[in-house]
Ligand binder design. Structure first.
Ligand SMILES: C[S@@+](CC[C@H](N)C(=O)[O-])C[C@H]1O[C@@H](n2cnc3c(N)ncnc32)[C@H](O)[C@@H]1O
Length: 477
């Protein structure tokens, strides 16, 4: 007989859980334990500093919003769970990763009793929001997919607070029938957005925050933007990736397929007006020009700001995609520039191997093709060196988002990225007025010198994971 086991007692199937956070009546003990583990991992990663978000993670039963998933999967702290796919098998809806949800909710800076709009539904994230907002708070969640809306309504009715309203609609229009007097106290977008829809700003209360996974050069960052009048001010950035927009504002990036389809070039923010891709095929058949930039990064160092920097300061910016092991392009997805029938892209090359990835070293190289390849390579290398000197330690800039049509002279100094509905201004440190892209006329006399005071925005990483410099694109949703 095992010590301590009394003969004749019925077998014990579950044990009281000593985990923090009350169990939801009737739920399996494993759900309580796994939810506590997920919550602790998210907190340990620094994604949920506020007690209100921590309590929401502890108490909202995530598994009830993922009834099809095994408990372990539902409570994985790092991965999203796909809940709908299109006819090609691509994910079109999911319950996002818990760390992303916690981070985005934190960035909204909510208070009890507020009313929040969520674009992209699922149920769990809306219920986290409702928990944070308390009994007087309300959440309106909009999804373009009727299946998702039905599912959200059903799951929220079964396991929710009664304070979430799920609505069918295109989120780029917001939720016009539900805007409270004075506007929503927060708007959170949970799909990748190519642009900032005017309705999100228009339905937001002044001083409130929009948190949106915005694509810049095709790279998504969850950006917390504070609304001040017509202008949104970036306060916080987190590396992320969500499912793409499926509404009226969705767009397909112009792309060309080269080398019998082995290389694809995509201009995620639209084809430059002077783009001529006809000679690129020929360029790729020629020799490859390679230069070292001299910029060396330790293993696991995130260069996510370099992607955004290059996408906003380099004319002709695009992305190159190639299959693994391609002879033409060193990586599957690289940042590139094109001009004059030539192209150049940057790639980190391991120059020092070490048993621990963090101790290895990578140097950025530029590879180029075509007659103007050497000049493009030098231009790209200069960009990488400028980033290294001025941006790498500073982090993201205090970007501002202005309505499309804002005249140049009303924009602050910075590199301007124009989108259909908005003008994004990036006051990167170290840029001189001569270098600025689409320089606003009002700023011609002013240089953006390094050392201007600005909040420090370090790149942050999800909990418990290491990242090699190639920044494998990972999807939070
Ligand atoms: C990552 S899922 C939402 C996850 C959800 N917020 C959660 O974690 O509980 C993204 C959702 O955005 C929706 N979506 C995509 N484009 C949309 C649009 N233009 N308007 C409304 N919903 C959209 C998709 O149908 C999908 O259900």
């Amino acid at each position: 007989m095992w010590p301590g086991v009394l003969p004749g007692l019925p077998p014990v199937h579950s044990y009281p859980s000593s985990c923090a956070g009350p169990p939801v009546p009737g739920e399996p003990a494993a759900a309580t334990r796994l939810r506590a583990r997920m919550t602790e991992a998210v907190i340990a990663g620094g994604w949920a500093p506020s007690p209100r978000v921590q309590t929401a993670l502890r108490e909202v039963p995530r598994h009830r919003f993922l009834p099809e998933a095994p408990l372990e999967e539902a409570y994985d702290d790092y991965h999203y769970v796909v809940t709908a796919r299109d006819s090609t098998g691509a994910a079109v809806s999911s319950v996002s990763a818990a760390w992303t949800q916690a981070d985005m909710i934190e960035q909204l800076q909510l208070e009890p009793g507020m009313v929040v709009l969520e674009v992209g539904s699922g149920g769990y994230n809306a219920e986290l929001l409702a928990h944070v907002l308390g009994e007087r708070g309300r959440v309106v969640t909009v999804d373009v997919d009727p299946r998702v809306v039905d599912r959200t309504k059903r799951l929220c009715a079964e396991a929710g607070s009664g304070r979430v309203t799920a609505v069918l609609g295109d989120g780029s229009l917001g939720a016009p029938a539900y805007v409270p007097a004075g506007g929503f106290d927060g708007v959170i977008i949970t799909h990748n957005a190519a642009d900032v829809a005017p309705a999100w700003r228009g339905q937001l209360a002044d001083g409130a925050r929009l948190v949106v996974p915005l694509e810049i050069g095709g790279y998504a960052r969850s950006i917390a933007l504070v609304c001040r009048g017509d202008v949104l001010h970036a306060e916080h950035w987190t590396y992320c990736g969500f499912v793409r927009d499926r509404g009226a504002a969705a767009r397909t990036a112009p792309a060309v397929h080269l080398a019998d389809g082995a290389v694809t070039m995509r201009w995620e923010d639209g084809l430059p007006t002077d783009a001529d891709t006809s000679e690129l095929e020929e360029a790729l058949r020629g020799p490859r020009h390679e230069i070292a930039t001299g910029v060396v990064l330790p293993g696991e160092y995130s260069f996510e700001t370099l992607q955004i920097y290059a996408a906003t300061v380099l004319p002709g910016f695009c992305r190159l995609a190639a299959p693994e092991g391609s002879d033409l392009v060193a990586r599957q997805d690289v940042a590139a520039i094109t001009a004059e029938g030539s192209l150049a892209y940057f790639t980190p090359i391991k120059i020092h191997h070490a048993p621990k990835p963090a101790d290895s070293r990578h140097e950025f190289y530029i590879h180029a093709y075509g007659p103007a390849g050497p000049a493009l390579a030098e231009r790209f290398a200069a960009c990488v060196r400028d980033w290294d000197e001025h941006v790498r330690e500073e982090g993201y800039p205090p970007m501002t988002v202005h309505p499309a049509g804002t005249p140049d002279e009303h924009l602050p100094p910075g590199d301007v990225l124009d989108k259909p509905f908005s003008r994004l201004v990036f006051p990167w440190p170290g840029r001189t007025s001569r270098q600025l892209r689409q320089l606003p006329s009002s700023s011609r006399e002013r240089d953006l010198t390094p050392g201007r005071s600005r909040p420090h925005r370090r790149a942050r990483r999800p909990p418990g994971r290491t990242f090699a410099p190639q920044l494998l694109l990972r999807y939070a949703a």
